[in-house]
Every structure is written in C-alpha cells, then in structure tokens.
Design a protein around this ligand. Structure first.
Ligand code: TYD
Length: 134
C-alpha cells in the first residue's frame, strides 16, 4: 500500500522494560539505506517543508511526541506520533512538515535511499506543479 499509514510494531512486554523492533525489509515496506534522528528541537520549531522525489521513510517517536503533517497537493493529514511501538510510513512525493515537538522528543527516521539533495523538492509550488502534471 503506497499510501501513508501507521505501522504497528511488535511490543515485547517485560517487567524489566518493554522492547520493540523493526528489521530491514520486514515490518517496513522498503530496504533501509539510511537512518537519522531529530532531537533537541526548540519549542515551536518546524522541521521538514519538503517532499522527496523517490525517498520513502518510516518515522518513529522514540521519545516524546510530535505531529507529522502530510500533504499530497489535495489534502493534508496530521499524524500524531507519541509512542515508540508504532511509526508512520511516508511514501515518496508527499509534502512533509514536522511540528509540535514536545520537550526532549526524539524522532527516528529510516529512509529507503542515501542522502541526496537532488531528491528533495523544497519549493511548494514546484511540488504542486509536479503532482498536477504527474
Ligand atoms: P533536512 O532533510 O532538510 O531536514 P528536515 O527535513 O528535518 O528539516 O536536512 C537538514 C540538513 O541536514 C540538510 O542540510 C541536509 C543534512 N542532511 C544530511 O546531510 N543527511 C541526511 O541524511 C539528512 C536527512 C539531512
């Protein structure tokens, strides 16, 4: 399903503390090429503000909470991430913002491609033009 959706991860409950995981090409629908994380976000800051031409991602709130706003040029959907046992799958060509980061929140993102600035669309009108001509 190449639509944004929440993917639930296994949750191994344990009196000593819980554990969740994902594996390459298993729980998430792509092969992981890259991981990065976003942290120490000052109150009120936004991240994102771009789309990727080919890169697909899976985003987990390892700690705290934040909103991921996805826009496909027609409608916007807000996904509130606040647990480490599920994440959001984001297909290519969705305009993405991340906002409302709680104090000490930590976003883990795994990506289907290596970092490539040429894969970014950072201009919203260029994005809508591309979507409408697709
Ligand atoms: P960017 O993807 O614009 O951040 P966000 O979407 O969270 O606002 O990246 C910010 C900067 O970090 C940009 O200069 C590129 C660099 N960067 C890398 O070098 N490697 C990476 O894997 C990522 C995601 C970003």
């Amino acid at each position: 399903m190449n639509q944004p959706h929440i993917i639930d991860l296994a949750k191994i409950l344990d009196k000593r503390g819980n554990l969740s995981f994902f594996e390459n090409d298993n729980q998430i629908p792509f092969e992981i090429k890259r991981s990065y994380w976003i942290y120490d976000v000052p109150g009120g800051e936004h991240r994102g503000g771009h789309a990727y031409k080919t890169n697909r991602e899976f985003i987990v709130a390892l700690s705290g909470s934040f909103d991921v706003v996805l826009d496909n040029g027609k409608e916007k959907k807000v996904f509130h991430l606040n647990r480490s046992y599920y994440g959001l799958y984001v297909p290519e060509m969705y305009w993405r913002e991340m906002e409302n980061f709680s104090t000490n929140s930590l976003a883990l993102i795994v990506a289907s491609t290596d970092y490539d600035e040429d894969d970014y669309i950072r201009d919203y009108s260029e994005y809508t033009e591309k979507i409408n001509n697709a």
